[in-house]
Ligand binder design. Structure first.
Ligand SMILES: [Zn+2]
Length: 262
């Protein structure tokens, strides 16, 4: 019992440390900086961040969200990403234990976190993430207990194709570029991880979530402008998580309803 709790605390810790690395990716990828080597600096005063000020979640609380040297505010994105990653790792571990499935869904979640954070801030989805993600998704299908290689390949093509068609319709309706190539590659990556059936859920889920967000945004935003962009990557990512955990349930529900009509 005790070892079980310690194991779960350990998993939480690993999640928080990996979340901390994801923060580095989120900061450096859009700037094309090297994200493997090099210590982190305060973007305001340029001071090197010491190891004891770089402990996930804990340091943010101790520093009360401010740089030790210049008191510049540290973005709440840092502890949030660390907290979410830690929570997801624990959830995956509790659901699937020590298994390949835990490893696959954890990597998948990390990719979604990086895409979501970067797309929200910069309105881009780096190819480095989506193309690497497609390769990992396809490779994972050879050992995955749920998604088979052919399923992953069809998912990749169906995901990219659906978003490409949606982009064509969007461009026609809004008379300007509505969805970028990044969204298309992201959908292909999602399909490679989750298989072709999930594309339907992701497609409609993301559309509904994005629409609800846009409506709320228009109602409450003071500085709303006509040319204001809304990133689509975060909604594709959120819909992908719904498909990951509730996909089978939703598909079965649909099949039952559909067959009941026969
Ligand atoms: Zn500073």
């Amino acid at each position: 019992m005790m070892t079980d709790i310690m194991l779960q605390v350990y998993v939480l810790g690993i999640g928080a440390v990996i979340g901390s690395f994801l923060n580095v990716l989120i900061y450096r990828l859009p700037k094309n900086q090297n994200f493997v080597t090099g210590r982190s600096h305060c973007p305001q005063c340029g001071r090197l961040i010491r190891w004891y000020d770089n402990i996930p979640i804990v340091s943010f609380l101790i520093l009360r969200g401010k740089c030790r040297e210049c008191r510049a505010p540290i973005s709440w994105r840092y502890p949030l990403v660390e907290l979410l990653t830690a929570a997801f790792f624990l959830l995956a571990f509790r659901l699937y234990g020590f298994s390949l499935q835990t490893a696959i869904v954890s990597v998948f979640f990390c990719l979604l976190v990086v895409v979501t954070a970067i797309d929200f801030q910069f309105y881009i989805i780096p190819d480095k993430i989506t193309v690497a993600g497609m390769i990992i998704g396809l490779a994972a299908s050879f050992v995955s207990p749920t998604v088979k290689p052919l399923d992953a390949l069809i998912g990749l093509i169906a995901g990219g194709a659906s978003l490409y068609l949606l982009a064509l319709v969007g461009d026609f309706l809004f008379k300007k570029e509505s969805l970028g190539g990044g969204d298309i590659k992201l959908a292909a990556m999602l399909g490679s991880f989750l298989g072709w059936k999930s594309i339907i859920i992701i497609f409609f889920g993301a559309a509904v979530l994005g629409l609800v967000y846009a409506l709320i945004y228009m109602l409450f935003s003071r500085k709303m402008r006509q040319d204001r962009m809304i990133p689509f990557g975060p909604f594709l990512s959120l819909a992908a998580l719904i498909a990951l955990f509730f996909g089978n349930y939703l598909i079965n529900l649909y099949v039952e309803r559909f067959l009941a009509l026969q």
